[in-house]
Design a protein around this ligand. Structure first.
Ligand code: PLP
Length: 232
């Protein structure tokens, strides 16, 4: 608990400094606490320290935590940020507020069909393979405009913007380049008539570069919760 509080203060001050350096208001960046691999008790600690936005990577782990923390559900906004298989879209459409990792049209179509009406639209971002890594999922930049137009037309989704996981780079200039490219892509979409307000980019190691280039949501795990150990 103490460490989560102290870590959160550190992350908030990094975001504040990055905003000041970029001439941006500090409330233009939302901190998404990425709690993957950490128990529900850690989410509760972060909640008690003021976090209300939580991100998870693995569908079943996320659903389990949402169930365990049902008492907090009305106050928490849950974001899926990890890969989504088409056979898992229904429980996700029924349980979460945001999906950042839409990387195929079929996933968006299923989420739209399966989103219960009473929940209101599911907020989505398209994941973009901005560094062109063969191992990464996401739309190729050249395919994003057509995909965005198709997703924006789906009834129970609200397309909010773009998400990326840029490759780590050696220095600030190099780290800013892929974030700038994602920002430019968002500008292109908006110039073509869409009205998107979200750039989900920046993690523990590169949030300054992301904020400098216009991130509106930074997804931070390690710097809040500490190092992760994955099950073998
Ligand atoms: C794990 C993860 C994060 C958080 O990464 P940290 O380096 O721990 O801050 C952010 N985004 C995605 C998509 C992740 O999988």
């Amino acid at each position: 608990m103490t460490s989560v509080i102290g870590n959160l203060q550190g992350v908030h001050s990094r975001i504040a400094q990055a905003c000041a350096a970029a001439g941006r208001p500090v409330d233009s960046v939302t901190l998404l606490a990425v709690s993957k691999t950490f128990p529900a008790a850690a989410v509760r600690d972060a909640f008690d320290a003021g976090c209300r936005q939580f991100g998870e990577n693995y569908v079943q782990e996320m659903l389990d935590k949402i169930a365990t923390l049902a008492d907090l559900r009305p106050q928490i906004t849950w974001h899926l940020i990890g890969p989504l298989q088409s056979n898992k879209t229904r429980p996700v459409a029924e349980a979460v507020d945001w999906v950042h990792s839409v990387d195929r049209l079929k996933i968006a179509q299923r989420l739209s069909e399966q989103r219960p009406d009473h929940l209101g639209p599911l907020q989505v971002c398209l994941q973009v393979n901005i560094s062109g890594e063969t191992s990464k999922s996401g739309f190729a930049p050249a395919d994003v405009l057509a995909a965005a137009q198709a997703v924006a037309a789906l009834p129970r989704l609200r397309l909010r913007g773009l998400m990326a996981i840029p490759e780590p780079a050696g220095d600030m200039d190099a780290q800013r380049a892929p974030h700038r490219a994602l920002r430019a892509l968002l500008d292109t979409l908006n110039a073509s008539g869409l009205a998107l307000d979200t750039l989900s980019m920046g993690m523990s190691a590169d949030l300054e570069a992301a904020v400098a280039e216009g991130a509106t949501i930074v997804r931070v795990g390690t710097a809040i919760f500490g190092g992760r150990t994955y099950p073998a």
